[in-house]
Ligand binder design. Sequence first.
Ligand SMILES: *Cc1c(COP(=O)(O)O)cnc(C)c1O
Length: 377
Amino acid sequence: MNRQKIWLSSPHMGGTEQKYVQEAFDTNWVAPLGPNVNGFENDLKKYLGNKNEVAALSAGTGALHLALILAGVKRDDTVICQSFTFAASANPITYLSARPVFVDSEKDTWNMDPELLETAIIAETKKGKKPKAIVVVHLYGMPAKMDEISAIAQKYDIPVIEDAAEALGSAYKGHKCGTLGDYGILSFNGNKIITTSGGGALVTQTIEDKQKAVFLATQARDDAPHYQHSQIGYNYRMSNIVAGIGRGQMEVLDDRVKARRANFDFYQKELGGWGFEFLPEPENVFANRWLTTILTDAYETREKIRLALAKENIESRPLWKPMHLQPVFSNEIAYTNGISEDLFNRGLCLPSGSNLTDADRERIVKVFSTLFGKYFI
Ligand SMILES: *Cc1c(COP(=O)(O)O)cnc(C)c1O
């Protein structure tokens, strides 16, 4: 096995990143503030439609932590969280000594089921614990059913935190993901659609919320000549070096979205004949197709494909294991319907990098034709 590894989703630099990093060195802005941080925030703000405020942070996970604080989540509160997601959506709830209440997915987008969300809110409120926030995720870049979710959130007056870590570039009814909730979070981790090596951002509706987030992200220093603190702060601000990479990546974001969507189209065309299910894009929705996923007929088929790809040095991965099935969350309350568990059992993420070559794609499809034989349309 001497062939080069094909990764699930690897960094893809555009070429101008180092120019911004060099500028940071040349001007000695080697700090968690500076022109690249402001520039990257402005680029993101513009990209998202110029109506929101953006705070650049050290990680999407930190952005979620701050969003929960801004939403007023405190010790022993409960927070509703989509179960079908990466653990980083839920972990920050526990940083605040609050408890997650997990809600399962619906079949159309694989994201939070609005009906089950309402069931959960009613049941938890009856127990005397009205949830303090809702964390909804646009998994794999597919927007959740935001109209339904927002309507329920409004009905019960609960703030929505939109985990758009995987959905930069996706849009719902003409609005960019990350701007649809009371707070949105983005991630620029190494495997995301654009990367700063590591990093994240909090998207807010108001400048006041952004200022509060930046205050908390820079150790919550009071306005005084000495170091004075009236509340607990965090060290979550983005470095000016990292932000330089982000500015370069913003120049190619639209190309990256195009390339990921082309991967999806390619897989659907080449593999569709074997009967795998692909997640369709609902009307009025634009998905960045961060990762292309397929649903097989059974767990055994999924594993057969995954192992055959691994043998050819090709990385693929089962879909996210739902939070209500994770050992660390086994004592938490969950409202389930079996959908995310079924997706986890039968689904597979295929290599989806924007830097995949035609030769890479051919190698991947060849594994399938070796396993399943040729088909003719
Ligand atoms: C990547 C990711 C995060 C966390 O972002 P980091 O920048 O890695 O901290 C949160 N939620 C989801 C759904 C993610 O995929």
